[in-house]
Design a protein around this ligand. Structure first.
Ligand SMILES: *Cc1c(COP(=O)(O)O)cnc(C)c1O
Length: 389
């Protein structure tokens, strides 16, 4: 019996079981697969048959994981990667040629920004950035060479929201490939394909694993595009390991219940921060005060687990706050069961000039919180004492 419900898909969408009829998914630690005879081998390599040949190409665990995400996102198919960044890189590298141009939101994950600014120019692939408050100008950035529109929503670390429906309309009008990095929302909170995205990328390292154990990534979307991405990846080798795929596939079974609590806790923490003297400009997508609240409500099921705010007193106050937390972790990861605090200006974005930081909305006092699954009273108590000491 098939279901449209993400909770059911995440649990019941599965690979075939073996003769042992395992209830839970078995783990296939094998680098290669054997053939019946010479004819089987020929047909498999010529791709007349769909079957596993070598785990750089496919493996039952990685196929199951990518298939689950594809179904949850309403996509035709998908391919799993070793990390979120290998998904971003391989997706773009497979689809773009020398001379092509990308239109992207300025506020993208740091390593994606490095791809656009440091590495793609080596292959004559260029980009133009638009700011969150300039979405009406996106069309003016599109050139004859433009092939892709790339964006994240919610963004990191600013927690801004981009109108996916608007991006979908622009992409379809100009026949561009719309790629959305959906990492902060997960397939449970937001499905960009519904708004016109052609491809959706996830870093599974974050909320999909949700327990800070393994790295992983995945790209899902239109079959013809995934085919190109698969052929590129089969030759270049960014495949997800079967073990990590097995972990991630198990994690998906609890994604919805974990996310419900993450979001409930985050909403309470955001409301608490709004009442704190030391915290200004608290940004959480489902707070009425969020500049893109209406858009968030339109495209997201719940507000996610990431909050940003500005601490009074700039860099020093930011560093002091990070030093003072006792329960919350000081870490660069996010989407863990453990609440994590980061101060981007002195850590993840310290290599940028102040001007560059301000361009992506990172002020000296900006703090990002990835709200975890501890009891919310304990999280609030810790933040309160750190803000006021
Ligand atoms: C973490 C992250 C990535 C990269 O994922 P890795 O698994 O660390 O390679 C890409 N995009 C976003 C939005 C992220 O948060």
């Amino acid at each position: 019996m098939s279901s449209e419900h993400i909770e059911t898909i995440a649990i019941r969408e599965q690979m075939e079981r073996t003769q042992y009829l395992e209830h839970s998914a078995p783990l296939y630690l094998t680098s290669s697969y054997v053939f019946e005879d010479a004819e089987d081998m020929r047909a498999s390599f010529s791709e007349e048959k769909e079957r596993n040949i070598y785990s750089r190409f496919s493996n039952p665990n990685t196929t199951e994981f990518a298939g689950k995400i594809a179904k949850m996102e309403g996509a035709e198919t998908g391919y799993a990667f070793a990390t979120g960044m290998s998904a971003v890189f391989s997706t773009l590298a497979a689809l773009l040629n020398s001379g092509d141009h990308i239109v992207s939101a300025r506020s993208v994950f740091g390593s994606t920004h490095s791809l656009f600014t440091k590495y793609f120019p080596k292959w004559n692939i260029t980009h133009s950035y638009f700011n969150i408050n300039e979405v009406d100008q996106i069309e003016s950035l599109i050139k004859p060479e433009t092939k892709v529109i790339f964006a994240e929503s919610p963004t990191n670390p600013g927690v801004d929201i981009l109108d996916l429906e608007l991006l979908g309309k622009i992409a379809s009008k100009h026949k561009l490939i719309l790629i959305i990095d959906n990492c902060f929302a997960t397939p449970y909170l937001q499905n960009p394909i519904q708004f016109g995205a052609d491809l959706v990328i996830h870093s599974a390292t974050k909320l999909i694993d949700g327990q800070g154990r393994v790295l992983g990534g995945v790209t899902v979307g239109k079959a013809e595009l995934i085919r190109e991405i698969y052929l590129f990846s089969r030759n270049t080798g960014p495949a997800l390991s079967p073990f990590n795929a097995w972990i991630l596939s198990k994690s998906l079974e609890t994604l919805a219940v974990r996310l419900d609590r993450h979001c409930e806790n985050a909403m309470k923490v955001a409301q608490f921060l709004e009442g704190e003297q030391q915290a200004q400009k608290v940004k959480y997508p489902f707070l009425k005060s969020h500049p893109q609240y209406e858009i968030a409500k339109k495209q997201m099921k719940l507000g996610g687990n990431i909050i940003s705010f500005e601490i009074k007193g700039g860099i020093e106050a930011g560093r002091n706050f990070i030093d003072k937390v006792q329960l919350c972790s000081r870490s660069a990861n996010l989407g863990d069961t453990r609440t994590i605090v980061t101060h981007p200006a002195s850590t993840t974005h310290s290599k940028l000039s102040e001007e560059e930081r301000l361009e992506v909305g990172i002020t000296a006092g900006l703090v990002r919180i990835s709200v975890g699954l501890e009891h919310v009273e304990d999280i609030i108590k810790d933040l309160h004492q750190a803000l006021n000491s």
